[in-house]
Design a protein around this ligand. Structure first.
Ligand SMILES: [Fe+2]
Length: 467
């Protein structure tokens, strides 16, 4: 069935709703950039939360093919500004790119575009080195945003980044440095690159890592001893570009392995350990054990992009697993933490790469109308607590922000957007991570529908000052 969506705004998007689930319902894009001040709040926003909650996601602005992939499309950042117990504004802004500039009949945005990428970062947004960064994997340069989410331009870390970047860097809690494992196609088909960005926002180290093929290396892990590399069986196939705008697919012949790169090591020092076939977009956390083994908690799919080449949910959903990887015996043991679907894992930033007790995730379902709940996993007791957002209400990635007055690992707030499919609306919500039964600490009414998106972060005013 042909369907024409006419959200007010720049253009009307033609799509075929029988073919592509990622252009329907709350996956479909919005087309206006909105600014709203003094938002309606239910409950009380904690006064210690001064900064911005930001989240990035794909938001195509022009016609897309029927086999369009959810991961493709212009980035749009949605943000809520909190200050002194009030929700000061909501903004949504496209992330600048060559294709958006062309569409708007404007000059291309500034900054080096190392691979001449047409798209803009659509996957994550974070504060680092006093700046706000929109990020994407596989080649596109980071784009710097101002405090009000307007694009400043591409920023290759002041010209120090030689090539690609990623949407999932890990900031080391001990050093404050940002570590990234990056891939690119079609430029790099036989290696990835490990990148370390110093606290001054400039790259201080790169290391090329040869691979037998070009895997979709979405994320990484970092422990005190190791950088962890996920070399998984979702492989670039340039022939797919003839029928899709996304050239990655399941290839079990590639095998599946984890690489343990000593932090100061070279590519020759990597210990590769074969693991069962599967695909994980996101590790929850990883840490070293006294016996030399490494624990990795991750949301693992049995297959990815096997029959569904439009998005991640058509070939099954991920469960939360704990891996124990032994570099001496090159062996792995696996325990299931939670059989239900778990995605978008998070934890307290300061326990990154350390033994930890609490992890947070989203219990997704293939149909968001079933509701997406926020989960809190007590990895010590084995208990999982569920924050149910209600029928037809889908919570997104829950960002954990610690309370200033406590050192307990779970003393803090979870914040996310909730998409209410009952009335096509959205809320920004704050949850007390130690007290789910309390309900929402605060609900901020967003004056627009917000499409489902990917990742975001709380960017405090201390880390990126208001302009
Ligand atoms: Fe991701």
């Amino acid at each position: 069935m042909e369907l024409v969506i006419k959200d007010e705004g720049m253009t009307a998007i033609q799509l075929n709703q029988d073919v592509n689930p990622y252009m329907q319902g709350n996956f479909r894009p919005v087309q206006e950039e909105v600014t709203e001040f003094e938002l309606e709040v239910l409950g009380d926003i904690p006064k210690e939360l001064n900064g911005r909650y930001l989240r990035n996601g794909p938001n195509p602005f022009a016609e897309v093919p029927n086999n369009h992939h959810w991961f493709i499309g212009a980035g749009m950042v949605h943000g809520i500004r909190l200050f002194d117990g009030e929700a000061k504004w909501y903004r949504n802004r496209y992330v600048g790119s060559r294709e958006l500039s062309k569409f708007r009949q404007q000059e291309d945005i500034t900054g080096r575009n190392w691979n001449n990428s047409s798209g803009g970062p659509n996957t994550n947004v974070a504060g680092f080195a006093g700046k706000t960064w929109a990020m994407v994997e596989a080649g596109g340069s980071p784009v710097e945003l101002d405090y009000e989410l307007e694009t400043i331009g591409r920023n290759n870390f002041d010209g120090t980044l030689p090539g690609a970047f990623t949407a999932h860097p890990k900031v080391d809690p001990a050093s404050g440095e940002m570590h990234a494992m990056v891939y690119a196609w079609p430029q790099w088909l036989d290696h990835v690159q490990y990148v370390v960005v110093a606290t001054n926002g400039q790259v201080r180290k790169t290391l090329d890592i040869p691979l037998p093929g070009m895997t979709m290396m979405h994320d990484m892990s970092l422990t005190e001893k190791y950088v962890i590399i996920y070399d998984q069986p979702v492989i670039v196939d340039m022939n797919l570009l003839e029928k899709s705008n996304f050239p990655f697919a399941w290839n079990p012949d590639y095998g599946n392995r984890v690489g343990l790169l000593p932090r100061q090591g070279t590519a020759n020092d990597i210990v590769w350990v074969d693991v069962p076939l599967g695909y994980a977009f996101h590790p929850m956390n990883a840490f070293d054990n006294d016996d030399g083994s490494v624990t990795i908690d991750l949301c693992n799919y049995e297959k990815m992009f096997n029959t569904d080449l439009s998005g991640p949910f058509g070939d099954g959903l991920p469960r939360l697993e704990r891996w124990n990887v032994n570099p001496d015996s090159r062996s792995i043991s696996i325990n299931i933490i939670d059989e239900r679907a778990n995605e978008f894992p998070r934890h307290l930033h300061d326990v990154g790469g350390q033994p930890y007790r609490y992890g947070y995730s989203v219990s997704i379902s293939a149909d968001p109308a079933d509701g997406w709940q926020t989960l809190k996993h007590d990895l010590q007791s084995g208990e999982t607590m569920v924050f149910d957002h209600g029928s037809g209400r889908a919570g997104g990635e829950a960002v954990f922000v610690p309370k200033q007055a406590s050192n307990e690992e779970d003393a803090g707030y979870l914040m996310t957007f909730v998409h209410d499919l009952n009335n096509d609306s959205a809320e920004f919500v704050v949850i007390d991570a130690q007290n789910f039964s309390r309900g929402y600490v605060a609900q901020v009414k967003v004056p627009r529908r917000i499409p489902f998106g990917f990742h975001g972060n709380w960017v405090s005013d201390e880390s990126v000052a208001p302009s």
